[in-house]
Design a protein around this ligand. Sequence first.
Ligand code: AMP
Length: 475
Amino acid sequence: MKFNELGLSQPVLQALDLKGYDTPTPIQEQAIPPVLEGRDLLGIAQTGTGKTAAFMLPSIDRLRASDNRIPFKSCRMLVLAPTRELATQIAQSAKDYGALAGLKVQVIVGGTSVNKDRNKLHRGTDILIATPGRLLDLIDQKAFNLSGVEVLVLDEADQMLDLGFIHALRTINKLVPPERQTLFFSATMPKQIKELVSGYCNNPVTVTVTPAATTAERIDQYLFMVQQDEKQALLELILSGRHDTPGELERVLIFTRTKHGADRVVKKLSQAGISANAIHGNKSQPQRQRALDEFRRGKTHILVATDVAARGIDIPGVSHVINYELPNVPEQYVHRIGRTARAGKDGIAIAFCAEDERAYLKDIQRNTDAELDRLALPENFRAVVEGVGPTKPPPKGQTRVSRKRVQPRPAGAGKPRSDGPSEGSRKPKQKHQSRKGRPGNSGGGRPGGGNRRGGSGRRKGGGRPGGGGPRAAQG
Ligand code: AMP
């Protein structure tokens, strides 16, 4: 199936051509035709499946076809997203996909100047992407209204509920015109979401894709059993290339559970001469955006994030996700590692598990079918942690990231520390071959290059972005 078989207009097809997409992902294949017909849609899918294009492409065509004027202080299409980063990302996609359609796109998120938002929305817009809180602020101030909405999209509805937006969503439902089209996306369907769906949607077409499996199957997952107070040293050894781990570190996203934890990691990395940025809820929106942009552009190679701040972000080329602390909710592990292996690429996830996180690890393994290959700690590791070992910190500014290709050291190789628990431990697999030539970019076009495939730590099944068995049903 090609995009040009789905009934999309020439300007949209040309924009897709410019982006280099020719084959729709399963959710796009299933969702685009009914959305073009004006049907409501319930998409059970996460980011990584191509769902942004699934709702944006047909909506752009419908907006073009209806050709209504931009309403004063209102919008024709409203997309609600849980986080600032996701909203900004969707806005960028809307601009890319609608580049030749001549539609005006605006984005409003919390943490930025409300006055600027008021001014930019005064004359209305075709497409507005908003976080619910900021949208309601402007509505309360009579600076904006929803009377012009023809298409309403709720993206990551379950995440919006997690972030406490249930009342906002109920309020917004009362303010949008009843005859609009609604496209509702959620990765999970708890009871509250079902209630919201029945309030928002009218006889929706339901499309389900199973991204967790399809993402995970392209990710090699590894595990270090390590004491809490050794984690920072281990991280520094990995990032500085002093301990071999699988794959070539190009862009590394590190997860901590708390904001303070993220700051602490960044500070200690900086003391070790390794430059990194943090994104979390205590950072201002411009700081968060700057950190993301620098990471996206490759100016910084290491980003330390909390779950909420990194939720749904799509940065191509994240080679490694390091779970510095394991999440206490197994689904969060899937969200985290899904930040690598984007758009059909492969990725590597490395978990640091301390003694008091074993229960989280068990939960993750039980609930996600994740198989984590255990890696050995460096030789003399304890001595290094205590600062008396032979390993010196890297020269300032010299990190391994994007510079060096390494071989993994599987558990059992060399002289690993013999203490520590054995969860997740399995037979070593020699699958990460060194590449010849200059480090950093000789992998034949694939981030990280080399051979990352081979079965470790991934689920079984096929592998295109968003692949994995779409199921379409009339609901
Ligand atoms: P999303 O689930 O919307 O966040 O999309 C995940 C990633 O897949 C984004 O980087 C998209 O640009 C990319 N993508 C979406 N649709 C396609 C497609 N049909 N072919 C290739 N990449 C795509």
